[in-house]
Design a protein around this ligand. Structure first.
Ligand SMILES: [Zn+2]
Length: 319
């Protein structure tokens, strides 16, 4: 991603197109969003729902391996949006975000009108994020911004952001791989070796069903929606990436695959995400199937039983 100097005649087209990767965490969204962001005309900003906490407040590492406050891209975005990040109350934005983003708020996002305390908080957060998205488009010069926030309420909130052309990619990975990933103890290279969060199999399985159902509900709206399975992406990366690029309105000619089962990933400015977001260069494209050997048969059966409706829905064999 290059940073462009702004000028009065150099405005990005309106509305700003956001390609949102939705679904459950540990579904390969960091890899896929970076592959999309490596294409001319697109920029990957990672999980933007963490902008205020991980970026502005905690000054964590950007995908470019610089701290947020030392990243030229994000500092330019802050200047374009607010004059300086210090002109926005990051603690207030974090509180606002927290108060409208929980998964239990999904019905309120769908049913709440334009009045009342919840609607006012949504409006305030959405209006500020509209300014951020405009600045990202302006600074990056990209026509598509890839946001891998995944959370259903993040997608619902984006529908309220003015001036946004929202397109949803529902990213699904088989539940056993997701559960296994959430139960592993993995050190974060991007946070000084701190361990990644872990969740119990029961919690992950329940959330896998709930998050996917919530994201799929976009099919019933006028927001463009498409489905991508992580396993299909790894097996046929060129085909799947081209399909999603076309969905995003970008030419699919130049994908970053090298043709030998690897992908060449440039550094980008992801504000948060899986620790692999700071790895650059040639990365092998292999499905992470560790769960097949590492997961106990009893746990495997339990997950299958619990997630059967979703497995059937998304074409995963029950045996
Ligand atoms: Zn950066």
């Amino acid at each position: 991603m290059t940073i462009r100097t702004r000028s009065a005649t150099d405005r990005p087209p309106q509305p700003i197109r956001i390609l949102f990767l939705g679904g459950h965490g540990r579904s390969g969204s960091t890899l896929i969003s970076r592959a999309l962001g490596a294409v001319e005309g697109a920029s990957c900003v990672g999980e933007l729902r963490y902008l205020w906490t991980q970026g502005v407040a905690k000054n964590q590492l950007c995908g470019c391996r610089r701290r947020f406050a030392g990243c030229e891209f994000w500092q330019e975005v802050g200047r374009a949006a607010f004059g300086d990040w210090r002109n926005v109350d990051a603690a207030e934005m974090s509180r606002l975000h927290h108060s409208v983003m929980r998964i239990r708020h999904v019905p309120r996002h769908v049913l709440t009108g334009t009045t009342g305390a919840f609607a006012r908080r949504v409006h305030r957060y959405a209006a500020t994020m509209a300014t951020v998205y405009r600045a990202i488009a302006e600074v990056s010069g990209s026509s598509v911004i890839v946001d891998s926030s995944k959370f259903p309420t993040s997608a619902l909130l984006l529908r309220r952001v003015p001036g946004i052309d929202l397109r949803i990619v529902q990213l699904v990975r088989g539940p056993h791989g997701v559960v296994h990933s959430w139960s592993r103890r993995v050190q974060r290279a991007d946070k000084g070796g701190r361990l990644m969060a872990t969740h119990s199999p029961a919690q992950t399985a329940a959330e896998w069903l709930a998050f996917n159902a919530a994201i799929e509900s976009f099919r019933l709206t006028d927001t463009p929606w498409t489905l991508m399975r992580y396993e299909d992406f790894v097996a046929q990366p060129r085909r799947e990436l081209s399909r999603v690029l076309e969905f995003a309105g970008l030419p699919s000619a130049a994908t970053p695959f090298l043709g030998d089962g690897t992908i060449d990933l440039p550094a980008d400015h992801s504000v948060a995400g899986n620790p692999m977001r700071i790895s650059t260069g040639v990365v092998p494209l292999r499905a992470d199937e560790e769960w097949r050997t590492a997961m106990r048969p009893g746990r495997r059966r339990m997950i299958t039983a619990f997630t059967t409706p979703g497995m059937l829905r998304y074409g995963y064999p029950l045996r």
